[in-house]
Design a protein around this ligand. Structure first.
Ligand SMILES: *Cc1c(COP(=O)(O)O)cnc(C)c1O
Length: 523
């Protein structure tokens, strides 16, 4: 194979292995540039900047200096810049188009949020600043806490958890602390519906509980008889999502709350889908004891690439005393941060994070709340539900809704409409990429065969939804009329073609080493 100095194939057809197109010499097509890994672009022997050798400075590291190469590719600033900008252009983003991932709530991030979060008084504060210099930031946290407690009708909130899953951890730790304080240490079984998000059982186990799965009934909701049969004096609680991950409201939620309380357990509600009911239903009125709120779902903050999430967790009267430190309180005219258990009124179970949480997300979420007002937030939930039902109504003649009736904020289809077409849910999703759409959530929830979960959110216009539905409708018809080839080959227009999914899952190559082949590293 001919290689250029960058180790890239110089003949056509081989470029595809480095994430490029097969039919050009460069691997680029038009202005969609092929981009190898930074280690292949750069060179370990070179440094990207010219620095003079330091003279006359004695090392004060006591012989601990690194002896070997640091192992970073040397690239100049423009080369580095281009590498990352090229990669970013291969990415799909909420600012580029519809992101219909069910359960994830990929709504528009309003620019007003960004503008407020960048005000120096919020953006430039440091967690170790003296309290007297960050009174405004503390007040903002107090105000956000007030909105969250009001919207949920819950008496306490821990702002520090940094994601939904981290909020689950916080809520379940509070439940565990309460059980332990009451001498209920034998209660270690947590009931989790089979449609639950994977983080629920993971959280329960992380907190030292064992999970017991509750089956779904044929309407996609908790099977009440199975639930009742599982109650007992070793039950610590239930983790329930409402609306659930099938996009359906758990109608028996009040009865579930009463039964779990009568049995001596607590009710953890996974609040990831709060965006479907915010302003209309207060979880505290439903008997919930703890619930996390994903600010990046319900309150429009960005889903940072695994980074700056925020999952405040509201707690009921029973659990409030166990809320983790730190938290802000108003002391006369001054705000202060309660940092240590000894200063706290209750019995904090501990601390969730080094500092107080994600200030940037707090600012964005409160901006979203205040720009909508309480009536506007109610409208958010109503429009999210309306948009999902519009999709369901327009597609149900060509795709197969998983359950009868209307939905909440997301429309769930199964793969019965693809039966005997030779096209799978995966193939269907890949064909959507060729059409310029990020696929919906696939194969989740697990209770539905070949699931396709579509969540449009309230921030899409009707014309945007119509264009999306037209594409899905056309694809469903194409699959049914035997055009399976275009699905099996898809995506053909994306920078990266169909991956070997099995190999990617079983043998993921997550780390570049000097001798890993370009192809393996890229794919
Ligand atoms: C998103 C989600 C979570 C986890 O939230 P993260 O912020 O991603 O950690 C938990 N449960 C459900 C139902 C979700 O949709």
């Amino acid at each position: 194979m001919g290689m250029n100095t960058q180790g890239r194939p110089t003949r056509m057809a081989e470029n595809i292995q480095t994430g490029g197109y097969a039919d050009t010499v460069s691997g680029s097509r038009g202005l969609d540039q092929a981009e190898p890994l930074i280690f292949e672009r750069g060179n370990l022997e070179h440094c990207g900047v010219d620095l003079p050798e330091p003279r006359g400075t004695a090392s004060r590291l006591g012989g601990l200096e690194r002896q070997g190469q640091i192992g970073l590719p040397g690239l100049a600033e423009p080369e580095t810049m281009r590498h990352y900008v090229r990669l970013s252009r291969k990415n799909y983003a909420i600012d580029l188009g519809l992101y219909p991932l069910g359960s994830c709530t990929m709504k528009h991030n309003p620019r007003l949020n960004e503008k407020i979060a960048r005000l120096p008084g919020f953006a430039d504060v440091h967690p170790l600043q003296p309290a007297s210099t960050v009174q405004g930031a503390y007040e903002l946290m107090g105000e956000l806490a007030h909105w969250l407690m009001t919207l949920t009708n819950m008496p306490a909130v821990a702002l520090s958890p940094k994601a939904g899953a981290h909020g689950e951890f916080c809520g379940m730790m509070a439940i565990r602390a309460k059980l332990d304080a009451d001498g209920q240490t034998h209660r270690r079984r947590v009931l989790v519906p089979e449609s639950a998000h994977g983080t629920n059982p993971a959280t329960a186990v992380q907190c030292g509980f064992v999970c017991d799965e509750i089956p779904a009934d044929k309407t996609g909701r908790v099977d009440m008889e199975a639930f009742k049969a599982k109650l007992g004096d070793d039950v610590a609680g239930i983790m329930l999502t409402n609306p659930n991950t099938c996009g359906l409201f758990e109608r028996d939620i009040r009865e579930i709350a009463d039964l779990i309380h009568e049995a001596g357990g607590y009710f953890y509600c996974d609040g990831a889908n709060f965006n479907a009911i915010v302003g209309r239903v207060r979880p505290g009125d439903l008997g919930v004891d703890a619930m996390h709120i994903n600010l990046h779902k319900t309150f429009s903050t960005p889903h940072g690439g695994g980074g700056p999430g925020s999952g405040p967790t509201v707690l009921s009267d029973a659990l409030a005393a166990f809320a983790p430190v730190p938290y802000v309180v108003k002391d006369g005219e001054t705000w202060k941060m309660v940092e240590h258990a000894a200063e706290a009124e209750g019995e904090p179970f501990g601390r969730m994070a080094a500092f107080h949480g994600q200030m940037g997300m707090f600012t964005r979420a409160l901006t979203y709340m205040m720009s909508h007002g309480s009536d506007g937030l109610k409208r958010v939930a109503e429009d999210a539900v309306l948009n999902a039902n519009y999709i369901l109504a327009r597609l149900k003649h060509v795709m197969t809704p998983a359950f009868e009736g209307s939905c909440m904020h997301e429309a769930l289809f199964d793969d019965r409409f693809l039966k005997d077409t030779g096209v799978s849910t995966l193939d269907f999703a890949k064909a959507m990429i060729d059409e310029g759409y990020h696929p919906m959530t696939m194969y989740f929830p697990l209770v539905v065969h070949g699931a396709m979960l579509i969540e449009p959110t309230e921030t899409e216009s009707k014309s945007g939804l119509d264009r999306f539905v037209d594409v899905l409708e056309a694809l469903a018809m194409a699959a049914k009329s035997g055009e399976s080839e275009r699905f099996l080959a898809a995506p053909v227009h994306a920078p990266t073609k169909r991956l070997d999914e099995t190999r990617a899952a079983r043998q993921p190559v997550l780390r570049w080493t000097p001798d890993s082949g370009a192809a393996a590293a890229a794919e």
